[in-house]
Design a protein around this ligand. Structure first.
Ligand code: IDP
Length: 156
């Protein structure tokens, strides 16, 4: 069986320090794996101040910026790149609304969070943002170009 050619799309996801501390790493990875997306990059790191400030640069003028950067650099995070058709928008749906109190049950934030400053996971909000975030967090050598053997059973 062969699969039709579908343009590959990638997104950047990061399990924030609260998600790691609460032991949610396995649960979160499981959700994206069982959905059918492909993991192409994965590392655990404590982000530097510089990296965190670059990542959240768009929020520089917001009142919560300082606390956000200080939180994101406070402990290990799990940085990931996932691949699959429509993965950027689909991952955002699976993550849920920014404020976990508004996030639907069944989403990661809806199932595991109660506070906007502790919302467990980051996901790129658009294809272009994803491309920028992936190159900010990962070198080309850290990304694996591979195709799961199960693909014909996932994609027509
Ligand atoms: P997103 O993570 O759902 O894309 P953004 O609006 O891009 O949401 O905000 C980035 C992050 O900044 C959020 O995930 C959250 O951690 C934090 N944040 C956003 N708004 C607030 C706020 O009003 N108070 C505290 N933290 C906030």
């Amino acid at each position: 069986m062969t699969t039709k050619e579908i343009p590959l799309e990638r997104t950047f996801l990061a399990i924030k320090p609260d998600g790691v501390q609460r032991g949610l790493v396995g649960e979160i990875i499981r959700r994206f794996e069982t959905k059918g997306f492909t993991l192409v990059g994965l590392k655990l790191l404590i982000p530097s101040q510089e990296l965190a400030e670059k990542h959240y640069a768009v929020h520089k003028e917001r009142p919560f910026f300082k606390d956000l950067v200080s939180f994101i650099t406070s402990g290990p995070i799990v940085a990931m790149v996932w691949e699959g058709d429509g993965v950027v928008a689909s991952a955002r749906k699976m993550i849920g609304a920014t404020n976990p109190l508004n996030a639907e049950p069944g989403t990661i934030r809806g199932d595991f969070g109660i506070n906007i400053g502790r919302n467990i996971i980051h996901g790129s909000d658009a294809i272009e943002t994803a491309q920028n975030e992936i190159s900010l967090w990962f070198s080309d050598a850290e990304l694996a170009n591979w195709e799961p053997t199960i693909k014909p059973w996932l994609v027509e």
